[in-house]
Each structure stands twice: as structure tokens, then as C-alpha cells.
Design a protein around this ligand. Sequence first.
Ligand SMILES: Nc1ncnc2c1ncn2[C@@H]1O[C@H](COP(=O)(O)OP(=O)(O)O)[C@@H](O)[C@H]1O
Ligand SMILES: [Mg+2]
Length: 544
Amino acid sequence: MARKPAIKPASVSSRVASHPPLEFTEPFEQALKLMEETSRHVFVTGRAGTGKSTLLNHFKETTAKRVAVLAPTGVAALNVGGQTIHSFFRFKPDVTPETAKKKLRGEDAGIYKKLDAIVIDEVSMARADLMDCVDAFLRANGPEKDAPFGGLQMIFIGDLYQLPPVVGSAEKMLFKTLYPSPYFFSARVFQGLEMEFVELEKIYRQRDDRFIDVLNAIRNRTVSEEDLALLNTRVDPGFEPPADEYYIHLTSTNDLADRYNEEQLKKLKGRTWTSTGLVEGEFGKEYLPTAPDLKLKKGAQVMLLNNDTWGRWVNGTIGKITGFVKDPEAGALVRVRLNDGGTVEVAPFTWEIFRFSLKDGGLESQAVGKFTQFPLRLAFAVTIHKSQGKTFERAIIDVGRGTFAPGQMYVALSRCTRLEGIVLRKPLRKQNILLDWAVVRYLTRSQYDQAAKTLSLEEKLRVLEDAIRHKRPLEMVYLKGTDVKSRRTIKPLRLGEMEYAGRPFLGLEAWCLKRRDRRVFNVEKILSLQPADAGNPGTGEKQK
Ligand SMILES: Nc1ncnc2c1ncn2[C@@H]1O[C@H](COP(=O)(O)OP(=O)(O)O)[C@@H](O)[C@H]1O
Ligand SMILES: [Mg+2]
């Protein structure tokens, strides 16, 4: 029976040991329900550390659907035990919607008809034209001819405020003329296509509320002088980490990361220890989690790249090599002192790439390639791009000559669990925070549309008029056009046509109980309204 998630990483069974119990928040449940019980397209989003990948793993392990899990890059795909979009659809690097719509022949052509859903993680890095290729391919090869995405349910997961798709200089023109933005949502297939929108809101990676607020402000580019001042208390250009504390450098460019790693490795005394990895079958370069010929030294700082069977480390844990040992049974092992103090012996690990095939009319996932190597890479430094999705306790952020991609600064800062774990090489200025307005526009529009499904304009007006008449307070969730959400307790006073910058809009004048002032709101931008408990001024102005 092919009822299991069809693509499974080799390590899936060894994953669970250290997992803390999952919290099922309301949006988490809602997302799962849409994914499991409906065939509607869904976009699940949420800030860094809100559990998007955790939700995906949970879904993969429990779903009764036949699901393919994909991601735009090899690293992201390996992280969730999936395949790249290109390899799953057998796309060449130069694929276009024109070439993608060919009908596939041969043994595996029937695979795509047997699927129920496709999940794409880290979708912020998936390009619009690639989405149109997926659509064109599935219209030809999916279960329903000529239906959008071949009639399959599409589940998109990611945070559009993190790193965007890569657009090479050769393709820049194409994007100027053919697509309004490089992001996945600008694909033609989405025009007029209904999609549910769910946002996971609770952050698990960080705990400190003030730090969380500042991260939010970086994400939306609404940072105040105080926010910047707080972050800049962490500036220390000449910082040298103490020997017993493991800091990773997060850099803007590959060059900078390579340079740090080489320099630091050279500084260490002792012999270089080399391990030659083993590639079997099809294991494309883009999936390689670490070097096939791995060069390490005693004292080198490393990142562990798998989840330990016994839960002693996870993918992303940092440690330092304390020695190389030979075990009569297990063979060569690398001894690593982890950043929490424990010392472990690390054995080689095998990563597998799975692919669908048909067997007796059913779907089967088959390992097509393997890579065996120590699950370690040098980690004096790593690029911000490669750090997306990971968690660190201490990091030195070095953006060299500056950030160059939207979301880059947000990804760097949000990797860290605590503000005190961050060291900035240079003061952070507002111009280091880049934001793409196409993202802001798309997300606010999506949220207004989603809210209108549960609270229509008529219903909104009825609730507001009722509250005005009976002088009753309401709890309101309000979303500004800058995609900044706030919860307020208001006493509605007056409804009517109002004007802002020469533009008329349907306005609400209300008294804000917490801020103690009279304000005007755009009725269109109200996401939800609830009766407020009498005598409870609510959570006031707190941002989401
Ligand atoms: N529902 C949840 N309950 C408890 N812990 C969670 C939950 N979701 C995520 N976490 C924890 O929060 C951290 C970040 O989760 P992750 O799924 O990587 O976030 P994202 O993919 O949104 O950046 C992980 O350490 C994870 O164990
Ligand atoms: Mg993630």
C-alpha cells in the first residue's frame, strides 16, 4: 500500500526522540485540517520560528494522502526529506512553461496521476516562472487534464519576508516584462485561483518579548530608533569568542564564509584529517549537505547535519572537534564537544534521495541515490542564505559590504534564540534592511480576502452599528497596509465616508481604550471583531 508519505528521508525514523511535545494552536489545527480534510490550495505562512517546518513534518508523518514533499533548493529539500522541484518534475535548468507542458511517456509517466497533493516548503525561494512550469507540466501529466496544477491540491509553506528567489542577471529582463515580481504568487496560474491563507502566529524559537518585537519590526521594516539602538548595543567589531563559547559567523557572501573557514582552520595546529565520502546512484551536487572530501582538524568548529537517533544533537547543532578515534566495531569516529557541554562520538551518516515509481499500479518511493559521509561541516562561518531554517544560540553577524537581498537581515537576526547571543560586526542601519513591497501588497491583500470569507462587509457594518448604538466595546484585529497587525480594544463612535490623502474610504471613528485616544480606522482593514469583556481593556495595542 502506498498510503504513506511517498518521499521519506533515511533519517525519519530516528528523528523523533528529542522532540518536545507539540503544541496545537488554533492556526496549526486549522492548517492541518485544510491540508488533510480538503482539497483546497493552501498557503501556510508565519514568521521565522513559528513551526512551519514542524507542521510539515507532522503532516508528512500522519497524512493518509499521497503526498510529494518538494522544495526549491537541494538544501531545503533535504531538510524536510523531500526532492527539489526540478528533479521531481524532471525539469532541465532552462525549463520554460512551453517546454514543461510536454506529455511524459514511459514507465513513470503515471506517477503524477496517482498523487493527491504536493507540498512545497521554503516557497519564498520558488520563482514565479517555475510555478508556471509546474502548472503546465501537471496540466499535461496530472490527474485532471487542463485543470490548474492538474487538479492536485497545492500546499505552499514559507515566509515571504525571508530570502527571495534568485534571479540571475540574464533573467532580470524577463522578469521586468513577463512577471510583476519573482515571487511564486506572481505566477500566471494564480490569477483567479482560490487559495486559503493561514498564518502561524506563535513564535517558539525566541522567548524574550522585546526581542520578538524588534525582530518583527525588522521583518516589516518598521524599526524605530530605539529598536535599532537596542540591537546596536550588540555591536563589537573586534569581538573574539571565548574558547568555551561557540559562535558561528553569519556572512552575506560565500566568499566571506569560505575565507573565515579557511583562515580559522589554518590557525589550528595539528594535522588535517580527511574523510572521503561515498556517492552511490543519483545524488546530485545540489543535495550535498557537506563536502565529499571533508577536511577537518582537532579544535575545528563544526555544525552537525543530521538529527541524532538518541536526540543528543539536531541538524544545526554547533560543536568543536576534540579528537579522532578508531573504534574496533564502528570504525573511524569523530569526537565532538557540543555547545551544551556534552561530548559525543559521531559516526558516518547516509543521506538518501527518494523518487516515486509505479509498482503494481500503486505508488512507491524508491531510494535512487545515497551519500555517506560524516554529518559534519566546518562552521566557523556559514552564509545567511544557507542558515535559513536553522537555529543558533550565538552568532556573529558580518554582512561585509552590506546586505543585498530583501529579508537577509531578518533571516540573520532571527536565527538566534536570544538577543544576548548576537554580536554585530558593524552597527545596523535602516538601509541594511531591505523589503520588497510586492510581498507586503500580496500579504495584506491575502489577509483582507481571507478575513472577508469569515466576516463579510455587511456583517462587519452590522456589528459596528450595533456596538455604536449600545456603546459596547469590541476587540478588533486591524491590519495596516504595511502588513502590521495590531489587536485593540475599541469603543466604536461613528461610521461614514472619510478621506485620506485625497482618497475616500469607509471609515470608523473609535475610542481606543488602552491608548486613550480617538482614532480613525479603515473598515476594509479590520480583520476581525469580537465583543470585549466588560471591564477588561484587553491586550491593548500589542502587535501580533
Ligand atoms: N507547535 C509547536 N509546539 C512546540 N514547539 C514547536 C512547535 N512548532 C515549532 N516548535 C519548535 O520551534 C522551533 C522552530 O520551529 P520550525 O518548525 O523550525 O519553525 P519555522 O519553520 O517556522 O521557522 C523548533 O525548535 C521546534 O521544535
Ligand atoms: Mg522552516
